[in-house]
Design a protein around this ligand. Structure first.
Ligand code: SAH
Length: 214
């Protein structure tokens, strides 16, 4: 994935100045963030902004998250080699690409077909064959493939869907922004008795949308 140029330099700087500087320390994660060509996950007219410290529009009223937020949420999710991970909200596919390099199997759900198709194509070109992108409603999760070692939600519901909590393995983690306008990141860990919850700071995401029942 080396592009041996300008973008490699921007990417290293992004990791040092936006991510390492804010306290994300996991060496495997930092290495992956230095490698994934984020500029290939934004619309062509946004390529030069791809490594800036903010979210960017990706069309259909959706955004690719700020690099630091991707790093922070991934650190909280703590994927390990061998893990099976579920992502809700494929968007550009960037977060899925990061997860693909850290875990063994990634499922990512999206409701906008055009975004899902573009993301599939990007991941294919990068040779990331361990991600499956599915058109499906995130509120329901993916019970057919459950349980998961980790679930990450990259759009915000008003409250944590119970279906997602139920699809965690014991010891598995659900990282999810919750709330309307003002949102908070929650990390739920499944225990043998139930779920532990901790709060991990304020965030801003697009809403997790309700799909009309079919
Ligand atoms: N993780 C993405 C950013 C996602 S933006 C990235 O790395 O680029 C949030 C995404 O969630 C949008 O693409 C939106 O279409 C999708 N989304 C919204 N509601 C959803 C739902 N109910 N189920 C699945 N995906 C949903």
């Amino acid at each position: 994935m080396e592009d041996g140029n300008f973008f490699t330099i921007l990417r290293r700087r992004m990791v040092t100045e936006q991510i390492l500087a804010r306290g994300v320390r996991d060496p495997r994660l930092l290495e992956v963030l230095k490698e994934i060509p984020r500029h290939l996950f934004v619309p062509p007219e946004r390529v030069e902004e791809a490594y800036e410290d903010r979210p960017l529009p990706i069309g259909h009223g959706q955004t690719i998250s700020q690099p630091y937020i991707v790093a922070r949420m991934t650190e909280l999710l703590a994927p390990r080699p061998g893990d099976r991970i579920l992502e809700i909200g494929t968007g550009s596919g960037y977060q899925a690409a990061v997860l693909a390099r850290l875990a063994s199997e990634v499922f990512s759900l999206e409701i906008i077909p055009e975004l899902a198709e573009t993301a599939v194509e990007r991941l294919r070109r990068l040779g990331l064959t361990n991600v499956r992108i599915l058109l499906a409603d995130g509120y329901r999760g993916l019970p057919e493939e459950a349980p998961f070692d980790g679930i990450i939600v990259t759009a915000a519901p008003l409250e944590t869907p119970k279906a997602l909590l139920d699809q965690l393995k014991v010891g598995g983690r659900l990282v999810i922004p919750v709330g309307h306008l003002e949102q908070e990141l929650h990390v739920h860990t499944r225990t043998d008795k139930g779920w532990d919850r901790r709060r991990a700071g304020a965030v801003r995401f697009v809403p997790l949308r309700r799909m009309p029942p079919r």
